[in-house]
Design a protein. Structure first.
Length: 134
């Protein structure tokens, strides 16, 4: 091999080395970018997991409140039904009492009329008997 060929081979090897160095630098740069992206994705993932946990806790709290409201609603429904039954009973009692009052009022009127009739007859009897004695 001649010196010229050796120089040419050396230049080519040097050029290949420079190309490989550039490629290595590019690959290293891409690797750094990918590492940063991965770290960013991991951070975002951790944030999302934290947000999900907070939302789960909120949902659990809402479910507890919902159950409490349902129990309270059931209690109010029971109270309402009890009150409605009491009202119905009182209305029936009132209706019966009003009928009884009407009957007693009619009976009282009849008794008053009979009393007045008896008083009139007694008065008539005594007035006619008193005139006989005179």
């Amino acid at each position: 091999m001649t010196v010229k060929e050796i120089k040419q081979q050396r230049d080519e090897i040097s050029k290949q080395r420079d190309d490989l160095a550039r490629q290595l630098t590019d690959v290293m740069h891409k690797l750094e970018i990918e590492i940063r992206k991965r770290e960013d994705v991991e951070k975002a993932s951790l944030r999302h997991i934290g947000e999900i946990e907070k939302l789960k806790a909120e949902i659990s709290e809402y479910e507890s409140q919902l159950m409490m409201l349902r129990r309270h609603n059931d209690e109010l429904d029971t109270q309402l039904k009890t009150s409605q039954a009491k009202i119905t009973t009182l209305e029936n009692s009132l209706s019966s009492a009003q009928k009884e009052i009407t009957k007693l009022t009619e009976l009282n009127s009849k008794l008053q009329m009979e009393k007045n009739e008896i008083m009139r007859l007694v008065k008539l009897y005594f007035s006619s008997n008193f005139q006989k004695f005179m």
